[in-house]
Ligand binder design. Structure first.
Ligand code: BV8
Length: 251
């Protein structure tokens, strides 16, 4: 079913680990995924960190070294172009790899935090960026008060940042089109965003080489890798006269 081009005023994009796959960042649940070697419950939880902060930091230090060598791909770059041309465009990501920012996306809603930011476990100060690979100190400590530092990411069982969730839900309520790119749609509450968009009558498009729980309910399921499908989709959108215009311009 084709998208109602003329009625589009607001576009939302939700990305998951799959958009970074072609940059060489392992996904969480796919073949060779990050979780394959570790159970998420063992490492990405506050309990795991309390039990063995050194082990959890070893995992994050390893992931940072993996991601540190990766560059954004054509899908990341296409989202930068969309952000610059679409009047109402909200980019939401579950990813913590920072590749959207590296590609040049300026206004990304990071639902699960960012692996390049650390925060003080005593809460004495705001989170800070540390891109050192490997980390200078293991495990790292707060430069202000000396307490143990933690990755500034959302672990399982932890609430998502309220401001990020508010922005995400607000944008989904307003959108006519939502692109869901590279996510298994299993992790909540992020996975509820496409369902909310569908309930409100938005045209939801999934880009994923594999089927997900969303595949049977979205308007379009594009079974291709993001770095191939998204540039093509965006070119077709612009060719059909939606050169970054909203419905008021299109008449
Ligand atoms: C919370 C940061 C409450 C850390 C991450 C039962 C039902 C519903 C919910 C739950 C439940 N049981 C427990 C829960 C809650 C839980 C949850 O959802 N669990 C799931 C597993 C069932 N959620 C939480 O705990 C959340 N918090 O609920 O708090 C609360 C409220 C108030 C007070 C206290 C508590 C927190 C969730 C956040 C967890 N943190 N990451 C870190 O990364 O170290 S989640 C982690 O998974 C990443 O952020 C990742 O992005 C995210 C989702 O995974 P995906 O991005 O989808 O990646 P995945 O590998 O799964 O899929 C990749 C896809 O890409 C695949 O489909 C593949 O086919 C596709 N692909 C591959 N190559 C390509 C491609 N696509 C396109 N192109 C390609 N080339």
């Amino acid at each position: 079913m084709r998208m109602p081009m003329g009625q589009v005023r607001s576009v939302v994009v939700l990305t998951g680990a799959g958009i970074s796959a072609e940059s060489g960042v392992p996904t969480f649940r796919g073949a060779g995924g990050l979780w394959r070697n570790f159970r998420a419950e063992d490492l990405a939880t506050p309990e795991a960190f309390r039990r063995d902060p050194g082990l959890v930091w070893e995992w994050y230090n390893w992931r940072r070294s993996l991601i540190g060598g990766c560059q954004p791909n054509a899908a990341h770059r296409t989202l930068v172009d969309m952000e610059s041309r679409l009047e109402e465009f909200t980019h939401i990501t579950q990813n913590v790899d920072g590749l959207h920012g590296l590609a040049g996306s300026r206004n990304v809603v990071e639902l699960h935090g960012n692996i390049w930011r650390l925060r003080c476990t005593a809460g004495c100060r705001a989170p800070w960026e540390d891109r050192a690979v490997p980390l200078a100190e293991m495990p790292p400590h707060c430069p202000s008060c000396g307490a143990l530092a933690r990755p500034d990411v959302v672990w399982f069982g932890e609430p998502l940042p309220g401001d990020a969730l508010d922005r995400a839900f607000g944008a989904v309520r307003r959108c006519q089109v939502m692109l869901v790119i590279g996510t298994s749609a299993l992790v909540h509450p992020a996975a509820s965003l496409p369902l909310m968009a569908l309930q409100r009558g938005a045209h939801v498009i999934e880009i994923n080489p594999q089927p997900t729980p969303l595949s049977t309910v979205v308007a379009e399921a594009i079974r291709e890798p993001a770095a191939v499908a998204l540039p093509g989709w965006w070119s077709a959108w612009q060719a059909e006269g939606n050169r970054g215009k909203t419905v008021t311009d299109l008449g």
